[in-house]
Write a protein that binds this ligand. Structure first.
Ligand code: GRF
Length: 217
């Protein structure tokens, strides 16, 4: 694990901390940071954890003065030990809610158990349709299936991939001349709106579970 020192994120420390887990481009991380900077999300990014040393998302964290570390699960003897490292880093940073923003590895159960109903994932389809697989697979599957509407989902992360309780969804049309790229871009614009919104809901303490349904009190 390599670390850069946590920076204040230019905001008061008493704001609730978000841990953001990334593996790639980081546009959803950027959307979270911009929502904070615009005053739309009363929080601070306490820590970014990347599963890859070369993730462009790390440059976004640095540009915003956010503390970041790299935890490569395959560098650990077991998934459980990688999970323990992730939980330790999140706890040390005082993260209250965790967002998976393009995070590729499947989290060990110890992580989901350490943060019950507090880890959010954004997936580029209207779950439960086109579950599983990273972008652009869900978008390509939607095109191939011929659906006229698709979108994105933010859900709580449970041990079953892409199957946790749904917090929020946004729909977009599938146009006749769409390519995987054009459809993905339309969905991504909605992800950038939906993920900060759902993080705000999760931090509000107003969400509760009724069976598999997330309801707002
Ligand atoms: C997004 O499409 C997200 O839905 C999926 O991975 C992609 C991440 O993009 N889970 P970015 O790294 O946030 O730009």
């Amino acid at each position: 694990m390599t670390t850069t020192p946590p920076a204040p994120n230019h905001l008061p420390e008493q704001r609730p901390g978000i841990g953001v887990l990334v593996s790639g481009r980081g546009s959803n991380l950027q959307a979270i940071l911009r929502a904070i900077e615009r005053g739309e999300l009363a929080a601070r990014v306490a820590l970014v954890i990347s599963s890859r040393r070369d993730a462009p998302a790390l440059e976004i964290a640095a540009a915003h003065g956010v503390g970041a570390c790299v935890i490569v699960p395959k560098a650990y003897p077991s998934r459980a030990e990688a999970g323990a490292a992730i939980v330790a880093a999140l706890r040390a940073a005082d993260a209250r809610v965790v967002a998976l923003a393009g995070y590729k590895p499947i989290l060990d159960a110890s992580v989901t158990q350490a943060y019950p109903n507090a880890i959010l994932n954004v997936h580029p389809s209207l779950l439960p349709a086109f579950a599983g697989g990273m972008a652009p697979r869900p978008q390509a599957e939607a095109l191939a299936a011929g659906v006229k509407v698709t979108g994105c989902t933010v859900h709580f992360v449970t041990e079953e991939v892409d199957a946790g309780p749904i917090i929020a969804q946004a729909a977009v049309p599938v146009l006749d001349d769409d390519s995987v790229e054009s459809l993905s871009a339309r969905i991504l614009a909605e992800e950038h709106r939906l993920l900060p919104y759902a993080i705000g809901l999760a931090l509000s303490g107003r969400l509760s579970l009724v069976g598999q349904r997330v309801v707002m009190r």
